[in-house]
Design a protein around this ligand. Structure first.
Ligand SMILES: [Zn+2]
Length: 254
């Protein structure tokens, strides 16, 4: 029997699928990540055409039979037009979508992460396009997937002596000097980067533009989060490399 349901959703990506149709990966508020079929969407004049663009915030009405859910109707909640006006900002939003698409399991609802994603996109659309906002998003993703880094004690023995900032990726936390002695390949995280990471773990999106940071701590945090995300998600985030390439090519936004 077919089930009908509806949900707010953020479009992660769309792929060609049968003649006039597209297969769309969405992060829905109600069911988490799902794949849906948008029929006839490649035909000119299709009412769904605009709704399947990456990082659109939409309301979808769906019907699910034995196979994939099919979109029966949809409504745009936010197209995030300002983000789309700037190539670099749009690439960052697409990078976020790629992270979600690769990291989320199908049909696991994550309402808090859905809300954070929405908040970050809205902030970007309102002109807050800072590296810290992207880092905030990456940290939210890690926290909501259960990979919150342990930063207040030694992840191995619980000691509070963690001043050296030695981080063990495989354990997901800092080590005390005693435990660190038996380990190789630890990451030494700068104290100011650690302070930022602690802040981002607990902050909400609307305070991000009030957090002060220096370029060196931000750069290390970016690098650190990339290692951490790659370790836990075991994939390469191709958009990230594309963004780096773009940063070199474009004389905008640093
Ligand atoms: Zn220890």
């Amino acid at each position: 029997m077919a089930i009908q349901f509806h949900s707010e959703a953020i479009v992660l990506k769309n792929m060609d699928y049968q003649e006039a149709d597209k297969l769309v990966s969405v992060f829905s508020a109600v069911r988490g990540k799902i794949q849906v079929v948008a029929r006839g969407v490649k035909k000119p004049g299709s009412s769904l055409r605009a709704l399947v663009q990456p990082f659109c915030h939409v309301q979808l009405y769906l019907v699910k039979g034995r196979s994939m859910a099919v979109v029966t109707q949809g409504r745009m909640i936010d197209f995030y037009g300002n983000i789309r006006q700037d190539l670099f900002t749009a690439m960052q939003a697409v990078y976020m979508m790629e992270l979600l698409d690769k990291a989320l399991m199908d049909e696991v609802p994550l309402p808090k992460l859905f809300y954070s994603t929405h908040q970050v996109l809205r902030a970007m659309n309102e002109g807050c396009v800072t590296p810290l906002l992207l880092r905030y998003f990456e940290v939210r993703l890690l926290v909501e997937l259960g990979y919150t880094p342990v930063l207040d004690r030694c992840v191995n023995c619980g000691s509070k002596e963690i001043g050296a900032g030695l981080f063990k990726l495989a354990a997901g936390g800092l080590l005390c000097p005693q435990c660190a002695r038996q380990e190789n390949g630890l990451i030494a995280v700068r104290p100011d980067s650690l302070a930022l990471l602690r802040l981002l773990t607990n902050a909400s999106a609307h305070v991000i533009d009030r957090i002060h940071s220096n370029p060196a701590s931000l750069n290390q945090l970016e690098w650190f989060l990339e290692q951490y995300l790659e370790y836990y998600l075991e994939r390469r985030f191709t958009m990230k490399h594309t963004i780096r390439w773009l940063k070199k090519k474009l004389p905008v936004n640093g």
